[in-house]
Design a protein around this ligand. Structure first.
Ligand SMILES: Cc1ncc(COP(=O)(O)O)c(C=O)c1O
Length: 410
């Protein structure tokens, strides 16, 4: 393939000096973030939801050859529960757990997912309100979960969330509130209104005294990791995962899952962020959670976060081999690369935030210092989570030049 030519992409890589030694256990290095029981319960509950199906794992052998790597495995979350993103298994699961908790408290018994799906507690759940701030996908998941399990949702969005994303959430019957500022301001507005009105915040980020719900969110993401590892076509161990971060729930869940699964043989975790919303990269360099302020101006809407989730950070600080940033151009190039299918690869639709990890991998693999620093070579077997499809089809067409529905299999 001669006419596949990446533009000049400038990744910034920071190799983590605080990475735990291989033999250290997750429970010792980062207790209380995620655990095997939490992942197992979430998988059981989520697999009982109507329409559950594992999403596909794409083997991008053509791209791997082009980049001088062994294999690239791309978990394509575009079809997840018809919502277009992996977030479907996080926020909605936390809504379920909250309702189960509330009802169990009142009735003294346990409430199954089947009871809630059948509407047996509708009289009670319709008076429960859940709320969250969102860049788009998490709010959609919470709104969908509220509809599925029968409660009310209020969703906060910020100035940078597109009208298309707003409509997609409102379509599930949620009340929408737009805050004329950035993501972190919408998180604060949501928390303040919830305290005033007695609503339950279903956030994917944590703060002091608020951890249980975001832990459910992270455990929900584990269902995707379990599917992915079961789908790997050969027994050779993956060597790396390049994974995009917003507040860090996704990479923490993925890193935690891999740690529990592979222990000392776990793959190297490389956390990828947009260069204008690089709170993990800055926190890693500073050795402590460090906020990034300003407009967090990036096309990768789902990753436009200025503050790490403190709980997720305690795990990522120990689990991440490296942190890196990429310019928006790298995401657009990754979207185009997927849409085209390199060297006979399947054609895949990846959204702006969804391709963050792949953008990082491409940028690093073609940049000699980054490639060396991240120990990429022809034996590397790299996991990628394609965390969304074209969740904003108008923007997708603008960036890639074709409509997502015209990206047909090669
Ligand atoms: C498509 C997509 N990928 C990745 C992320 C990052 O997840 P987290 O904020 O848990 O790090 C998000 C967050 O909204 C997202 O929407």
């Amino acid at each position: 393939m001669t006419d596949w030519k990446p533009p000049r992409l400038t990744p910034h890589v920071f190799v983590n000096p605080r990475l735990s030694p291989a033999e250290e256990s997750l429970g010792k290095a980062a207790p209380g973030v995620v655990d095997a029981n939490g992942f197992a319960r979430a998988a059981t509950e989520i697999k009982a939801w109507p329409g559950y199906q594992p999403t596909p794992l794409r083997c991008l052998d053509g791209l791997a050859a082009q980049l001088g790597l062994g294999r690239i495995y791309y978990k394509d979350e575009g079809g997840r529960f018809g919502l277009g993103a992996f977030k479907a298994v996080g926020g909605a699961y936390a809504v379920l757990r909250h309702l189960q908790n509330e009802l169990a408290h009142e009735s003294g018994g346990t409430v199954s997912v089947g009871d809630l799906l059948a509407g047996r507690y509708r009289d009670r759940t319709k008076d429960i309100t859940v709320c969250t701030a969102t860049d788009g996908n998490h709010g959609k998941s919470v709104a969908w979960g509220a509809k599925l399990f029968g409660c009310r949702a209020v969703i906060y969005i910020h100035a940078g969330v597109s009208a298309g994303r707003e409509q997609a959430i409102a379509a599930f019957g949620a009340e929408m509130r737009r805050i004329p500022d950035n993501y972190d301001a919408s998180v604060r507005a949501c928390a303040a209104d919830a305290a005033k009105n007695g609503w339950q915040v279903i956030s994917d980020t944590t703060w002091e005294g608020y951890q249980e719900i975001p832990r459910h969110v992270m455990h929900g993401y584990g269902v995707m990791m379990g599917e992915m590892l079961a789908q790997l076509p050969d027994s050779a161990l993956p060597t790396h995962i390049f994974i995009q971060a917003g507040v860090g729930g996704l990479p923490a869940a993925a890193a935690g899952y891999l740690w529990l699964e592979y222990d000392a043989l776990r793959p190297k975790v490389v956390v990828v962020e947009p260069e204008k919303a690089d709170c993990h990269y800055q926190s890693a360099k500073a050795g402590t959670p460090t906020a990034v302020t300003g407009k967090l101006d990036t096309l990768m809407a789902g990753l436009a976060c200025g503050e790490v989730s403190p709980l997720a950070w305690t795990l990522l600080d120990k689990a991440s081999f490296a942190f890196m940033t990429v310019p928006d151009d790298a995401a657009v190039f990754a979207m185009k690369t997927l849409a085209r299918g390199i060297g006979g690869d399947e054609r895949v639709v990846g959204g702006e935030a969804g391709v963050g990890g792949l953008a990082g991998l491409i940028a690093a693999a073609i940049d000699a210092p980054a490639r060396d620093a991240l120990l990429l070579d022809p034996q590397s077997k790299v996991l990628i989570i394609g965390s969304e499809g074209a969740t904003d089809p108008v923007l997708y067409e603008k960036l890639v030049g074709i409509k997502p529905e015209t990206v047909l299999p090669a």
